[in-house]
Design a protein around this ligand. Structure first.
Ligand code: CMC
Length: 428
């Protein structure tokens, strides 16, 4: 990082010179750390669109060009060639693993992927209708009661592995619970994705289960595409909660809660609702386009738009292509895929979306693939979570090792009443 450039601001007759930080891809940030303590000024940036909350070497996004890289590797190359475990290792530790490192990593994950028998009882008391994201968030917090931890570095490193391993099992169990099915134990001989599939769909612990390679490849790609996305709402939540030096389980549980919202990871479930509604309306695309353009309707085109991408989201490009291939290989004809493509085409020809640079995002096509894989809609955001947990942990680990680590505590611009005095209740 170079700190040679400076920026000058002029305010109330004063000149303030501030350092400038330049990242490894050339993006420039004004370092305002001394603005409040040194000069008494605060910045205003609701939604943090212009705020860099940290320096990070994990994920690079160029939203104008539609570029996404984990630790320098283009997402396209990782999705095409790597396993989820390799990309998880890369994201957390910074380099792709060699064979031994990967074998050791997988052995560690295998040693942690069972769920305490007592903890399984927690599932019994959630209603069948419980959303699996609520179950997942609660149970990740509950993990801290079964795995008391300290803030020692060794414990933090083990917690990371424990969480990645156990989230696979908890996610599959959340699905089994929703279907009223018995839980299937994890198996050491299977890869992360295969084991997840086995725990989702194997009939019983003693039953044979053939891994369908089309499904396996599709899930592997989906998890890699979701693995990290720098300082989004859920990753920032994980960093925020982690900044109080609370334990990592609570930070990740908070990340799950943040991801669940429809403007974030919950959008994948809402996209399917929208496509089905268009289908039920006999393909009346214009009605939904018009509704999305009418701010008073409260409706947005789900799976469209992004805070950072002002071009195609590269993950959506990969998934659109993958959706065609997967449906073909599974011999499925899903009219919702045609509806999605038509909707995309109409939106991308409409000046409202063009002028605002609104393109399909990762959630636009992922739901159609999950549907083809027979994953129920309530599980879509859980699938996103399963992919994203290693990314959150990489962000959390990086923040705990950051020499600039401080509790996250934004300022505000107070706009309420100035001082006034208490009036007794009978005089009000
Ligand atoms: N449909 C209709 N209008 C939209 C949409 C949309 N999906 N997204 C943005 N706009 C409009 C918005 O009304 C605003 O118009 P104007 O400038 O006239 O006021 C303009 O575009 C900019 O929108 P914004 O709300 O300021 O943008 P943002 O960066 O705060 O929000 C977003 C980003 C992703 C929350 C938003 O685009 C959105 O709500 N999209 C639909 C939900 C969705 O698909 N979320 C998944 C995001 S990607 C995966 C993830 O993060 O989990």
């Amino acid at each position: 990082m170079s700190e040679e450039k400076t920026a000058k601001i002029f305010i109330e007759g004063k000149e303030i010179e501030l350092p400038v930080i330049v990242g490894s891809e050339g993006e420039t940030a004004i370092d305002i750390r001394k603005l409040r303590t040194g000069y008494g000024y605060t910045t205003y940036d609701p939604g943090y669109g212009s705020t860099g909350s940290c320096q990070s070497s994990i994920t690079f996004i160029n939203g104008e060009k539609g570029i996404l890289r984990y630790r320098g590797y283009p997402i396209e190359e990782l999705a095409e060639n790597a396993s989820f475990e390799e990309v998880t290792y890369l994201t957390i530790y910074g380099e792709l693993p060699n064979k031994k490192q990967l074998a050791d990593f997988n052995a560690k994950l295998n040693s942690y992927d069972s769920i305490h028998e007592d903890m399984k009882k927690f599932f019994e008391n959630f209603p069948l209708s419980a959303h699996p994201m609520a179950i997942l968030s609660s149970l990740i917090t509950a993990l801290s009661t079964f795995n008391p931890t300290s803030d020692k570095i060794e414990d933090r490193e083990e917690d990371i592995l424990r969480l990645i391993a156990k989230v696979k099992t908890l996610s599959a169990y959340a699905y089994r619970k929703s279907q009223g099915l018995p839980f299937i134990y994890p198996r050491d001989e299977l890869t992360y994705v295969q084991d997840f599939m086995s725990m989702m769909w194997r009939k019983s612990n003693s039953a044979k289960y053939e891994i369908n390679p089309v499904l396996e490849k599709a899930i592997n790609v989906l998890l890699i595409l979701h693995l990290d996305h720098e300082q989004n709402c859920s990753a920032s939540t994980v960093r925020m909660v982690g900044s109080s030096q609370g334990n990592v389980y609570t930070a990740v549980a908070a990340g799950v809660a943040a991801l669940w919202g429809p403007l974030h990871g919950g959008a994948n479930q809402k996209v399917l609702d929208m496509l089905k509604a268009i289908q039920d309306d006999g393909g009346d695309y214009q009605k939904y386009i018009d509704m999305a353009k009418d701010k008073s309707s409260g409706f947005r085109l789900m799976g469209f738009g992004h805070r950072v991408y002002k071009n195609f989201d590269p993950r959506a490009t990969i998934l659109k292509k993958a959706a065609d291939g997967i449906l073909k290989e599974l011999n499925i004809q899903d009219p919702l895929l045609d509806i999605a493509k038509n909707l995309e085409k109409i939106a991308l020809e409409d000046d409202f979306f063009v002028s605002r640079k609104l393109f399909p995002n990762v959630d636009f096509y992922s739901g159609i693939i999950y549907r083809a894989l027979q994953i129920p809609e309530e599980m879509f955001t859980v699938m996103f979570t399963l992919g994203r947990v290693p990314g959150w942990l990489a962000q959390w680990r990086e923040s705990r090792e950051d020499p600039h680590f401080r509790i996250h505590r934004p300022r505000q611009i107070y706009t309420g009443p100035t001082e006034r005095h208490f009036v007794a209740i009978d005089k009000r």
